[in-house]
Design a protein around this ligand. Structure first.
Ligand code: FE
Length: 182
């Protein structure tokens, strides 16, 4: 018969509570990614996407095929019509927007889930001077006409390319994008 004394017996409950994980992280694990502030102080970090439309990368995940970015819009009207092959999560930091296909509106402080398979048309209404939303987009944005015919796409790789070109052009250096890639 053997007795087993757990390692934790040598410590007080308070010591145990404050003790970090005692071993190394798994070999090959990707590094953490921390971005602060999310809304950047350096204007150059915003990557122009169209006139008065920018995005700001937070996590460009080429190993799992998704990206998380802020979208900033300073104009009203239709931004794009697109189909989502994968899910999208959205958190509205500032302003508001809606889809022509729905009667709900995404408002400041709100969260929205866009299910895989959905096609919708993003609109920013008159009177909204600035909209900033955090989007987590899985897979791709598949841009379509009103009948679903493809007119373009974006994925994590087109996002990385746009960032690299922009950061090169504004003097941050193309490699500035690397910090956001996992
Ligand atoms: Fe969408």
């Amino acid at each position: 018969m053997s007795t087993h004394t757990p390692r934790s017996a040598a410590y007080t409950p308070d010591q145990l509570k404050r003790m970090p994980f005692q071993y190394a992280q798994p070999q090959g694990m990707l590094p953490d990614l921390v971005v602060a502030p999310v809304v950047p102080e350096d204007e150059r970090i915003w990557v122009p996407q169209a006139e008065n439309v920018w995005f700001r990368p937070l996590c460009l995940n080429r190993s799992a095929g998704y990206w998380i970015n802020l979208l900033r819009v300073r104009k009203s009207g239709v931004l794009s019509r697109h189909r989502h092959p994968g899910p999208v999560h959205a958190y509205v930091i500032k302003g508001r927007w809606r889809y022509l296909e729905h009667d709900w509106e995404a408002t400041e402080g709100g969260y929205a889930f866009e299910p895989p398979g959905e096609t919708h048309t993003l609109v920013v209404d008159e009177g909204v001077t600035e909209m900033i939303t955090l989007f987590n987009v899985q897979g791709c944005m598949y841009y379509v006409d009103p009948w679903g015919e493809n007119v373009g796409y974006e994925d994590v790789f087109t996002k990385i390319d746009m960032c690299r070109q922009h950061y090169e052009a504004v003097g941050l250096g193309g490699d500035y994008v690397e910090q956001f890639i996992r």
